[in-house]
Design a binder for this molecule. Sequence first.
Ligand code: ADP
Ligand code: MG
Length: 325
Amino acid sequence: MKEFEVIRRYFTQQVVKRKDVHLGIGDDCALVTPGERQHIAVTTDTLVAGVHFPMETSARAIGHKSIAVNLSDLAAMGAEPSWISLAITLPEIDEHWIDEFCKGVFELCEFYNVQLIGGDTTQGPLSITVTAQGQIPFEKHISRSGAKAGDWLYVTGEIGGAALALQHIQGKVNVAPKYQEEIQQRLDFPKARVLAGQALREYATSAIDLSDGLVADLAHICEASNVGANIVLDNLPISAALADTVGIENAYDLALNGGDDYELLFSVSEDNKVGMETALANTGNKITCVGQLNGSDKITTTLNNMPVNICVQNYEHFSNQTTDK
Ligand code: ADP
Ligand code: MG
């Protein structure tokens, strides 16, 4: 089977047909028509086999994840996802694999009414690059730089689960059979918090999606906004699977430093707390207040209202604050 036959048989078989796609797959470029007074939010993420997902990951999970990580970036800006392009490098034409991969891609695209409008198909070691584009009304985007000292810090969902799954696959921990399905899902089928991100446009002072871990990603907000933060460990949304498997101390470590959760981390002012909590409840997303921003240049942690020094040593001082003055 030739490359163009793969494109015709698989990548053009999507159900979603958006009115704002003037020309989709098939020409040298796609043509889309953005809504009035909308910014186009554009993001790209690459997944390389063996680097960004274990080699034994199912094709459907790889398809899902390659879309989810991009929709997660759009969500963190408050954008509504619209169009994606897919550049895929395949070691061989394995029709069953491609079929399953497309299922993973299209399931998520259908859920959020996102249309695949183009891409590139090449041969080589397995790698997938997706560019996602979304729309966001002028003045409504959420950036990393708008947080203020005193704002409250929240996360969606639960954290640390994807890192636990990875450790299980690598044989570093042994997850009890009753939790295995749940934690595998967390790694393979991350949720992109798309509706939460759009609801946050009206409330959040900053937001970021958690790809590298809570502390590392919080550090990006702190640097961009020139604030420090305290994380209340007691409040971290840790699953029973995580706490039972590694014990609470290690669970804090994975929740603080584990990657791949693709939850949203965001800040909200005291005045907007109640409105935000109601708006997010309406989207069906669980949220948890995990701390507060302050005027320091550090990320600290407390447990039982006492300062503790768990796993945040690398983020003691932000470089930009010494050079700013
Ligand atoms: P060109 O050589 O002009 O770049 P291609 O032969 O690579 O065009 O692709 C033909 C059409 O198929 C283009 O519209 C391209 O966007 C689309 N396409 C190629 N690969 C994919 C893919 N993996 N997913 C979606 N569309 C694709
Ligand atoms: Mg091409």
